[in-house]
Design a protein around this ligand. Sequence first.
Ligand SMILES: Nc1ncnc2c1ncn2[C@@H]1O[C@H](COP(=O)(O)OP(=O)(O)OP(=O)(O)O)[C@@H](O)[C@H]1O
Length: 255
Amino acid sequence: MKREPILRSEKVTVEFDGFVAVREMSFELADRELRFLIGPNGAGKTTFLDVICGKVRPKNGQVLYRAQSSGSEVPLTRRKEHQIASLGIARKFQAPSIFTDLTVFENLELSVQKKKGILAAMTTGVKREMRDRIQGQLEMIGLSDKSGFRAGGLSHGEKQWLEIGMMLLQDPRVLLLDEPVAGMTDAETEKTGELLKEITRERAVVVVEHDMEFVRNYSSLVTVMHEGQLLKEGTMSDIQSDDRVAEVYLGKKAG
Ligand SMILES: Nc1ncnc2c1ncn2[C@@H]1O[C@H](COP(=O)(O)OP(=O)(O)OP(=O)(O)O)[C@@H](O)[C@H]1O
């Protein structure tokens, strides 16, 4: 039986002053899927994620989200960014947004408090539960040893993991990531790939990515966009053997 998608778009079109950045983009994401979204510069990938998270409003089409696996779909297209975030869709931009003067632990703590809406009046039990969750998160992002370090002193890769950890403590069902491995060392890139695999045991992730080796190593399904449109969807080997994709990337004529 086909699994119902957690998120889908129907013919989403975005125009900026008459310029069509995304054209009739239809897309389906299954729960706990790791999907890569690739395409040349200007293909519309970031704009498409912007539509999903409510940053950009489409001219036509809609985005539908199934907040609970047994529940019905809710349209996202008319909701505000913060409403979409609280429904369980988290967006991470390329530059990490962390509090550099706070420690790693304090950054994570703020994230849990934001989710729970508790700053004061925490019972000892709640505090312990929160500490345990943060410890678990620190382990997952590989920063247990750096819990007390100032976040501003972390490496680029570590900052990205910290921000991912902060997002996860908000308990989203879908994560939208913009080029998470850009600027990372090879070792950091590999660790990020493993982290994404672990995240998708519980959540769905969409990654916009230019690093083709990374996509090859960690993808199952890949969506290719070109000039605002869906060009091809399939495994990396389907994508690599597609003449139209080769033409778009390498300027090669098919045939
Ligand atoms: N706010 C905006 N106003 C006008 N044009 C925009 C705006 N945002 C994006 N565009 C244009 O829309 C097109 C798609 O941009 P987008 O950033 O979505 O592409 P992309 O596939 O993410 O590219 P890259 O891989 O380079 O980040 C580009 O031609 C871009 O210049």
